[in-house]
Design a binder for this molecule. Structure first.
Ligand SMILES: [Zn+2]
Length: 67
């Protein structure tokens, strides 16, 4: 099982109603989703934060940084 997880929730994330974790059977699907998800947040959130994908074992963590 491969998880895509949100590391930290900013205000926009909480307001978005998005889940904080999504599980996948294979790593390719998880990687595609993680990149799409981060891109979506970069485009639709406040733009004060930026989101990037980092691999940690079987998990893909979406990290939050400040722009
Ligand atoms: Zn934000």
């Amino acid at each position: 099982m491969f998880n895509v997880r949100i590391e930290r929730e900013c205000g926009c994330f909480k307001r978005s109603g998005m889940p904080t974790i999504k599980a996948f059977d294979n790593k390719d699907d998880a990687l595609v989703e993680a990149n799409d998800w981060a891109e979506d947040m970069n485009e639709t959130f406040c733009r004060k934060h930026n989101f990037s994908v980092v691999e940690e074992g079987n998990d893909l963590i979406i990290k939050m940084g400040m722009n």
